[in-house]
Design a protein around this ligand. Structure first.
Ligand code: 5AD
Ligand code: SF4
Length: 451
């Protein structure tokens, strides 16, 4: 028996990838280790999306090196692997600066981990695996063992990876490679297995998930909407979600699916990045502010209770005070239930990194604070608007305090309530009683009949 410890940074796809790397290594005898100090192998699964990613990797590697040394003193070998998007982008630098690392592997090569581990066990010296392989890793991975989250009631399922859109600021096309969709049959089979293993809610993942396209059973082309209808038929699967979408690919059939599939939850993460047409063009987003408003209107028409979430970047090169004011206006007009906002961070090799007119850091800070204050208020207002509502809550397990259980609302809010853990996995009616910035409190709702 050997022990594996995986450290995951970044997006939900990295969470999925980490679980799949563990699945790949399980047949080699690797079982999970809670503590990296006890692990025969440690994988650092990294993210390169913003800021100082590489420095963060080196500082974590410094810590792991101590464990490796301490174990070596006891005669034990530790295999240290760096995976994910920093590995893809900065593989050579990692090997040069951290020669005690054994394996560097990009996100498209982890199905080959068994060979890499065998090689690392045989010989000293590091190996680098960052070429994009001709085969798809999904054709070589073992079946996903179980949902990735504790308790296993909610699960991620990767259906699409990579991106061909080349937004000015983004590293994803370089780290994850070209857009690739998994076949419908493989996705449906994996969803069935996850449901059989206890998953009640599945979130389909892709960097550009609504660009997913596949082939149906009779050879006809399927868009994402068609896949959602098929997945909604899986018995025992109560809920479906998908993330992250690009506004350009919010097709009418996909919008219509939001009105027609009860299992498709009324929540959509749709990054807009900026409310300025000029900046949308500079970012190569290939849509306008008016297009975005139209998409939101259509979604709200078919699904009036839909909660919207978005991503914003402030201080993209060339962004003026007027552009930023346009972003604030868009936020006030749409009122997002949830949002993530970031200071623009130049990524090596991307077009915007080399552009002139970089916005100064203090100005980025100021804009970010102003935007975040507005977005926080909108989230709180949305949470408050839920108070008094009886909502279907998927119970996911124990809550924060003894006697409490936790769950997830249709709008992706965490909900805490008194109740028995035996309800885990059930969707129960809950009266929402109190709003917080990042969660809600509630009580199990029981209709009382008169005697
Ligand atoms: N700088 C700042 N934010 C970025 N994002 C992506 N690239 C950058 C960057 N270079 C943000 C976008 C994206 C989210 C995942 O991260 O808002 O939607
Ligand atoms: Fe980070 Fe993007 Fe890679 Fe996910 S795909 S780990 S967000 S760089």
């Amino acid at each position: 028996m050997k022990r594996l410890h995986v450290i995951t940074w970044g997006c939900q796809m990295n969470v999925y990838d980490s679980a799949r790397m563990a699945d790949v290594l399980a047949p080699l005898g690797y079982a999970p280790a809670q503590d990296p100090a006890d692990a025969d192998m440690v994988i650092l699964n990294t993210c390169h999306i913003r800021e100082k990613a590489t420095e963060k990797v080196f500082s974590e590697l410094g810590r792991l090196r101590h464990f490796k040394r301490a174990r070596a003193a006891e005669g034990k070998r530790t295999i240290l692997a760096v995976a994910g998007c920093v590995a893809q982008a900065e593989g050579a630098e990692i090997l040069a600066r951290a020669p005690y690392v054994d394996i560097v592997l990009g996100p498209q090569t982890y199905h080959r981990l068994p060979e890499m581990v065998a090689q690392a066990s045989r010989a000293a010296g590091a190996s680098l695996h960052t070429d994009f392989p001709p085969e798809s890793k999904f054709d070589f991975l073992p079946d996903a063992a179980a949902p990735q989250t504790p308790g296993g009631i909610t699960a991620f399922l990767s259906i699409q990876e990579g991106c061909d859109k080349f937004c000015s600021f983004c590293v994803v096309p370089y780290t994850r490679g070209a857009e690739a969709s998994r076949p419908a049959a493989a996705i449906i089979a994996e969803a069935n297995r996850l449901a059989a293993n206890g998953a009640r809610e599945i979130t389909l993942l892709g960097q550009n998930v609504n660009a997913w396209h596949g082939e149906g059973p009779n050879g006809t082309p399927w868009p994402l909407a068609r896949l959602l209808y098929a997945l909604a038929d899986i018995p025992d699967l109560a809920r479906l979600r998908y993330t992250t979408s690009h506004p350009r690919d919010m097709s009418d059939d996909l919008i219509a699916a939001h009105g027609e599939i009860p299992a498709l939850m009324p929540y959509l993460h749709l990054p807009v990045q900026t409310g300025s047409d000029r900046m949308l063009a500079a970012m190569n987003r290939r849509h306008t502010v008016a297009d975005f408003h139209r998409t939101i209107e259509k979604l709200r028409t078919v699904r009036p209770d839909i909660a919207l979430s978005s991503d914003f970047i402030v201080g993209h090169p060339g962004e003026t005070a007027a552009d930023f004011a346009d972003t604030l206006r868009l936020v006030r007009e749409i009122r997002f239930a949830q949002a993530y906002s970031f200071k623009y961070s130049p990524r090596p090799g991307t077009p915007a990194a080399g552009a002139g007119a970089q916005v100064l850091e203090p100005e980025k800070d100021r804009r970010l604070q102003e935007l975040q204050a507005q977005l926080r208020d909108d989230t709180m207002a949305f949470n408050q608007s839920c108070v008094g509502v009886v909502a279907d809550i998927l119970i996911t397990g124990p809550g924060r305090r003894p006697g409490q259980i936790g769950g997830r609302s249709p709008w992706l809010q965490p909900v805490h309530l008194p109740g028995p853990v035996s309800l885990a996995g059930q969707v129960v009616p809950v009266r929402l009683t109190e709003a917080h910035q990042n969660s809600l409190s509630g009580d199990l709702y029981q209709e009382r009949a008169c005697a």
